[in-house]
Unconditional design. Structure first.
Length: 258
C-alpha cells in the first residue's frame, strides 16, 4: 500500500525543488516583471569591469546598462569571483555574468553566451621587456587567474614552466608587480587601463599572440534573455553608442570583424 505524505512533507519537498540549482533560469518576462537584470562580475578587469567600493564602471558595465535599458529594466550588480560566476548562474542567483569572458568551446559545453561583445587580442604582460611571446617563458613562472581561459592555456604550454593560480585579477597583478611571477597573459586593450591603475609600474605588453571573442555569459536554458540581449546588442552596434563606448575605454573599435 503506497505511503501518504503529509501536507507539510509535500510543502518541504516543493520548496527544496524550487531552491534546487537545477530550477530553470528566470525567463525574459520574469526579468521584466521584476524590473531588474541581475549581473555578476568580479569587477577587477581594468577598462572592462571595475568595482570601486560598490561603484561599477567600465566598457562592459556601460554596455550591459544600455542593453538593460533596451529591455526596459534596471541593473543590479554583484561582485563574484570569476570561478564562482558559473555557479551563480546555475543557481539562478544571477541572470548574466560579465568579466571579459572569452567564448570558448569548453565554456560553451557548460553555459551559453550572447553574440560577441568584443574581440580582444591576448598579449604577454611582464616587467621584463625581453618577455614577448609564450616561447620566452621556458623555465619561468607564469601567473593566471583561477577559472580564466589563460589558466588552461598556460598549463598546456608544452615546455617546462611553473603556473601559479590566483583567486582574483588583483592578486595576480600584485604577483606580477612584486615579481612573484615572471609574467601573465592579458587582453592587449587593457594596457591603458592597467597603466592608469598602476602608474608607477613599468608594465610591458608584448605583441598580440591570438584573438578571443568575449561575450555576456548566461545559463544554457535562458534562451529568451539571450535572444533579447542579442537583439539589443545589434541595435547598439548599428547606432553610435557602441562605437562611443569602445572609443572611450579602449581608444579604438573592439567589435569583432566579420
Amino acid at each position: 500500500m503506497p505511503t501518504r505524505r503529509s501536507p507539510l512533507a509535500l510543502t518541504v519537498a516543493l520548496l527544496a525543488l524550487l531552491a534546487s540549482p537545477h530550477a530553470g533560469a528566470r525567463t525574459l518576462p520574469e526579468i521584466r516583471a521584476a524590473g531588474v537584470l541581475r549581473v555578476a562580475t568580479p569587477g577587477d578587469i581594468p577598462s572592462f569591469t571595475l568595482d570601486n567600493a560598490g561603484q561599477y564602471a567600465g566598457f562592459e558595465v556601460d554596455l550591459v546598462r544600455l542593453l538593460a535599458a533596451d529591455l526596459g529594466v534596471r541593473v543590479s550588480f554583484e561582485t563574484v569571483p570569476i570561478d564562482g560566476l558559473l555557479t551563480r548562474l546555475q543557481e539562478d542567483r544571477a541572470d548574466v555574468a560579465i568579466s571579459a569572458l572569452g567564448i570558448t568551446r569548453t565554456r560553451e559545453n557548460r553555459t551559453d553566451f550572447t553574440a560577441p561583445t568584443a574581440c580582444a587580442g591576448v598579449s604577454l604582460l611582464s616587467l621584463d621587456p625581453r618577455l614577448n611571446r609564450h616561447t620566452d617563458l621556458v623555465g619561468k613562472t607564469i601567473g593566471v587567474s583561477a577559472g580564466s581561459i589563460m589558466q588552461a592555456y598556460a598549463q598546456k604550454l608544452p615546455f617546462e614552466k611553473r603556473v601559479n593560480v590566483y583567486a582574483t585579477s588583483n592578486d595576480l597583478m600584485f604577483a606580477v608587480l612584486s615579481r612573484a611571477v615572471d609574467a601573465t597573459f592579458v587582453y592587449s586593450v587593457m594596457e591603458p587601463g592597467l597603466k592608469k591603475t598602476f602608474p608607477k609600474a613599468n608594465i610591458h605588453l608584448g605583441p598580440e599572440l591570438w584573438s578571443v571573442p568575449t561575450g555576456i555569459m548566461l545559463r544554457e536554458d535562458n534562451d529568451s534573455t539571450r535572444l533579447a540581449l542579442n537583439a539589443g546588442l545589434g541595435r547598439v552596434m548599428q547606432g553610435g553608442a557602441y562605437a562611443a563606448l569602445s572609443q572611450k575605454y579602449f581608444g579604438k573599435d573592439v567589435r569583432c570583424k566579420s
